[in-house]
Design a protein around this ligand. Sequence first.
Ligand code: F6P
Length: 567
Amino acid sequence: MNANQAAARSASNEGGGGRRAGRMKLNRTPEWLALGKHREELGQTHLRELFAADANRGTGYTLRVGDLYIDYSKHLVTDRTLELLRELAAATGVAELREAMFRGEKINTTEDRAVLHTALRAPRDAVVEVDGVNVVPAVHEVLDKMAAFSAQVRSGEWTGFTGKRIKNVVNIGIGGSDLGPAMAYEALRAFTDRTLTVRFVSNVDGADLHEAVRDLDPAETLFIIASKTFTTIETITNAESAREWLLAGLGGDTAAVARHFVALSTNEEKVTGFGIDPANMFGFWDWVGGRYSFDSAIGLSLMIAIGPDAFREMLGGFRTVDEHFRTAPPEQNVPLLMGLLGVWYGAFFDAQSHAVLPYSHYLSRFTAYLQQLDMESNGKSVDRDGDPVEWQTGPVVWGTPGTNGQHAYYQLIHQGTKVIPADFIGFARPIGELEPKLADQHDLLMANFFAQTQALAFGKTAEEVRAEGVPEPLVPHKTFKGNHPTTTILAQDLTPAVLGQLIALYEHKVFVQGAVWNIDSFDQWGVELGKVLAKRVEPALTEGADVPGLDASSKALVTEYRKLRGR
Ligand code: F6P
């Protein structure tokens, strides 16, 4: 049986996910219908009313997980809403699918794969089996190998081909082989070895690699080629160019490659074919999805930057939330709650997008990372049976760090016509190394953080505007409707453990939504067509080759491109 046949069989009837096939359509379940009715009853109920009715809402609608304090009081929900949402989760088998995932069942049915990113942070003595084999020892073997290598690079023991110390690390990868380490490197800059320069190249636009290496000495540069499949054209093309750059700078001796290139991949054959010594390969497995891979070998660049101990602290943070997700009762289960809130707004408020707004400069890439995690996972329009879904699935995820967004697009969130639920993420303390004056600015940053969710929730009534003496024609313009839902996530510090907690929180939130919507959150067939077409179109650009079946618009664009390119 080949992989396609196995996946087809799995998708139709087997595995933890397969058992969900044929279940009652979500929008016909009594729980869904009850939520619809409840939504009608809720009508235009305002957060001002919900807070007025419950003096304890500000503390009662909060949860803790690990180091995170989560305030969900500014959501358009009542106790009854939450109860109905939990009933929906129960009816759609979220807990069963969660157990199947943790147990290593092949819940990614269209690819016939287990989904075990949680095993990447399992303790050494844990047992998680895939096809009857405990995968945890192999996970720790790779982690140990990464730790040993990171220590060698950090100490200077691992030198380049000419004997020079490695001072620059360039990760070449794309999607899940880039976004995670790139995001975490920014997030944890304060924990990095500041003598190292760490850069990330992902775009096949040659400008990306050019800018990353133009001021580097090849003799001091280590390239980490990160690709689960080791077939991704962007990564392989950039890796080949990097090898050329290195060899050109070091006199052309191909023996240099072994000291300057390591690979992170599941595909040893392709890694060897590229010319990288398998001894310099850090492996992982097909049960780690690309967008769930950054705590696998894919995190090597981060581990070199922050050191193995901090990396393990981060894994501990992931583990804290894994355990919470698996064991906390539904009323206290944060990823469950966050997932259900998203389902609520998508289905019953027609919310099309979800903003993630970190009030930390260090989280500048966090939302970009979440875009892949969420949108590649839940950007689906057929359910596990292959039938078109009749409900909204994953939202458009977007956002940039506060306070910059406030001076750009918050206007639309405050006064536009769209419902945009938003997560605000902030920290009580600035990083320790800030000068006193800069550290003092933190309170101003956080004052904005608290002010925004307040303004979004409660707004400003026309009466309040009038009371300020605003001329009548301007009153509608200066009125804030409010009632915009937000979650506030607050922690003391942005540490490796806290970052791990935050990421695991979103991983499991995405899981919950996929489970409720009955979609496979772990495949990504939607990215394939573009790849195939790019391969077909390239010869038309370079050689003017005829591409059979090219549509009239694309044909004209290619002709124009070639003209402008001087071909
Ligand atoms: O094309 C999408 C994708 O497959 C992502 O899911 C993945 O993270 C990315 O490409 C990179 O893939 P790889 O790690 O195999 O190079």
